[in-house]
Design a protein around this ligand. Structure first.
Ligand SMILES: [Fe+2]
Ligand SMILES: [Fe+2]
Length: 270
């Protein structure tokens, strides 16, 4: 099993890939080649090329949620590659979203997806490959991770907007030989809620690490509770990325073993 960061906000010194405030991770599990999100633009295609990675091998695309910094690269992918792909997402991820009056959701509604796409929309957890589980809708358990609405989404009637609680936010749980590695997009559902649910869904007690956007910006009580709870959940290794501020990353560095995430980071497990 291998994970490669194709897009993140951050780039490493002396590694000449492109950054953008978005997410795209490549996860290879045997013969399944999975993209978690596609970034905001076609930057992931350029970075993959620079890394010598052929995205013509991609078999599955998972959308962590509908925001366009995670789904915006889909048209570029379909313009470049013609293979059949399965597309996993929460059933709310392809509905319209807007933030500050600007459209901020997926470039495709369900009925606009190209023919090469086999959509698999879930609210429940579902297997993507032998070792990769899509968590579906994540229960919001911890009080310090409540009330995380951003912008608006299309209401069930389809004719008006309502506050977007990001119920479509999901993550992946990778089952490794010694436990579970959690990969988030933005963790709008809350990184603690996500890790707790990953443990429940997989039945694995040991969390090897958590990588992705934690959607945390401010220091203070909620962050302290988050870090304490992650420790109680057994998280020892953190890879805060994307929507995680420098102040929050610094707090993680002080509290637990923390890895700097940037474009080109590769993790490989046997
Ligand atoms: Fe988001
Ligand atoms: Fe994001």
């Amino acid at each position: 099993m291998k994970l490669t960061v194709l897009v993140d906000n951050h780039t490493y010194i002396d590694r000449y890939f492109l950054g953008e405030p978005a997410v795209c991770y490549l996860i290879e599990d045997g013969d399944r080649v999975i993209l978690l999100d596609t970034g905001y633009s076609d930057v992931f295609l350029e970075n993959a090329e620079r890394m010598g990675i052929d995205l013509g091998r991609v078999t599955d695309i998972v959308l962590s949620h509908g925001h366009n910094d995670h789904t915006g690269g889909l048209p570029a992918f379909f313009a470049r590659f013609s293979q059949q792909v399965r597309l996993y997402a929460h059933s709310g991820a392809l509905l319209p979203k807007r933030v500050g009056g600007e459209m901020a959701g997926s470039p495709y509604a369900l009925d606009q997806l190209p023919e090469q796409v086999q959509p698999r929309l879930f609210t429940k957890p579902g297997a993507v490959s032998e070792h990769v589980m899509f968590l579906g809708e994540i229960p919001r358990v911890y009080p310090f991770e409540q009330d995380r609405s951003i912008g608006e989404s299309s209401a069930a009637c389809g004719c008006c907007w309502e506050a977007d609680a990001l119920i479509d936010d999901s993550s992946l749980a990778l089952t490794l030989s010694d436990g579970v590695f959690v990969v988030t997009g933005c963790a709008h559902a809350g990184v603690c809620n996500t890790v707790l649910y990953a443990k429940q869904v997989t039945g694995q007690a040991h969390i090897c690490g958590v990588l992705g956007g934690f959607h945390l910006f401010e220091t203070g009580d909620a962050l302290d509770q988050t870090i304490r709870t992650l420790g109680e959940l057994g998280v020892k290794l953190a890879y805060p990325a994307h929507c995680t501020s420098l102040a929050v990353k610094s707090a993680f560095v002080r509290a637990m073993e923390t890895v700097e995430v940037g474009v080109g980071l590769t993790l490989e497990w046997t």
